[in-house]
Design a protein around this ligand. Structure first.
Ligand SMILES: Nc1nc2c(ncn2[C@@H]2O[C@H](COP(=O)(O)OP(=O)(O)OP(=O)(O)O)[C@@H](O)[C@H]2O)c(=O)[nH]1
Ligand SMILES: [Mg+2]
Length: 398
């Protein structure tokens, strides 16, 4: 029997918001191919989730590890003590070792942008009660356990992801590193993330609640989490089965804090920080997307926004709007860059066409002038010959 994940233990007033309105949580996995993204989803499913789809279908889809070729959405209901959360998990195909990996990660970025776009459009409709919301609340980015450093491709993709979504980088397949190698690797990754200014998700330190602040501190210290994924169970004592990966030198257990950070990651996602992930997605990432889309204007005039997450119930039941934190407006958003480039191209083409038209016009005018000059010359010649004739006639008359 898996242990409860503890969603029912969310702080009370927050619990109230979610339980009153129902909640949706969308999680995405991304990273290089073969790092165990699909296995991680299965591990998470087996540990805590109630699948909301045909188990046979799921078996075919996920149980035999295979290369994911399309973006897959798995839906589940997370339920504890009558408390329900609709969970969407987005499994993405890994990036290959292609020279040009652009094609493999743009669909992921586009997927995230498209969800913001679709939600924004729905908000603009008059009837907005039943919104389809697949905005990604957290993206787990799998890092290859090389023990050396982050690849330039990882840095590039993480930068792009971090401007759009709560990014949680993790070291995959921890069982392939020694504890010492892992320590060094974690420190290097932290240094690179800081040096490259990659904005990863960090649990907030709530000063008014020392216990949760302490928990957040522990989570932050363990980041980037290093995990293993496994769908196999082993009997460690009679009748006691645990999931893990077995080696001649021993068993690495998925849910053992001394072996890996899986439990910390699961706790952050599904327990302690789920609400913060949802709120920050709405208040930071969605608002950033919206303000860019609306040409950098402020959102103050959008007071009738019906978004549940933007409002927080205080004790008197009043609705107080949370101020969206100020975010830099110009982001490295490839989609907007492409749009900007397309507009520039269109503009240049228009100018070129106009210039061409003027040039043609000028040529026509010059031609016309030449024609008229020629006519004039002909007339003058004619006139001259007529004058000559008149002169001749006058002479003969005399
Ligand atoms: N050693 C080790 N192997 C793992 C771990 N997690 C998954 N694997 C294995 O790695 C292989 C690839 O796993 P997948 O889950 O299919 O990887 P993926 O990231 O979904 O791959 P793509 O769909 O191609 O992007 C499988 O053989 C898994 O059993 C882990 O934590 N440690
Ligand atoms: Mg996969």
């Amino acid at each position: 029997m898996p242990e409860p994940v503890g969603i029912a233990n969310l702080p009370n007033q927050r619990y109230k918001i979610i339980s009153d309105q129902g909640a949706t949580f969308t999680l995405m996995v991304a990273g290089e191919s073969g790092l165990g993204k699909t296995t991680f989803i299965n591990t998470l499913f087996q540990s805590s989730l109630k699948i909301h789809q045909d188990p046979n279908e799921r078996h075919n889809k996920f149980s035999n590890p295979h290369q994911t070729v399309d973006i897959d959405i798995v839906r589940a209901i997370l339920e504890e003590k009558n408390f329900k959360i609709r969970l969407n998990i987005i499994d993405t195909p890994g990036f290959g070792n292609n020279v040009n990996n652009h094609d493999s990660w743009t669909p992921i970025i586009d997927f995230i942008d498209d969800q913001h776009e679709s939600f924004m459009k729905q908000e603009q409709q008059p009837f907005r009660t039943d919104k389809k919301d697949l905005r990604v609340h957290a993206c787990i980015y799998f890092i290859r356990p090389t023990g050396h450093s982050l690849k330039p491709l990882d840095i590039e993709i993480m930068k792009r992801l971090s401007t759009r979504v709560n990014l949680i980088p993790i070291i995959a397949k921890l069982d392939t590193l020694s504890p010492n190698e892992l320590d060094i690797f974690k420190t290097r990754i932290r240094d690179i993330i800081e040096a490259q200014d990659i904005n990863i998700y960090t649990p907030p330190l709530e000063i008014e609640d020392p216990a949760s602040a302490e928990h957040s501190k522990q989570l932050i210290e363990a980041m980037p989490f290093a995990i293993i994924g496994s769908e196999d169970e082993y009997e460690i004592s009679p009748g006691n089965f645990v999931r893990g990966r077995k080696y001649p030198w021993g068993l690495v257990e998925v849910e053992n804090d001394k072996h890996c950070d899986f439990k910390k990651l699961r706790s952050l996602l599904l327990r302690t920080n789920m609400l913060d992930l949802v709120l920050s997605t709405n208040e930071i990432h969605f608002e950033t997307y919206r303000s860019i889309k609306l040409g950098g204007g402020s959102n103050n005039d959008d007071d009738d926004s019906n978004n549940q997450n933007n409002d927080e119930n205080n004790e008197n039941g009043d609705q107080t709007k949370k101020q969206a934190p100020k975010k830099p407006r110009r982001l490295h958003n490839p989609k907007f860059k492409e749009e900007e480039d397309a507009l520039k191209k269109f503009f240049t083409e228009q100018v070129k066409a106009e210039e061409q038209r003027f040039r043609q016009w000028e040529t026509n005018i010059v031609n016309e002038r030449n024609r008229l000059n020629q006519d004039l010359e002909e007339m003058q010649t004619k006139l001259k010959s007529l004058e000559d004739q008149v002169k001749k006639l006058q002479i003969t008359k005399r």
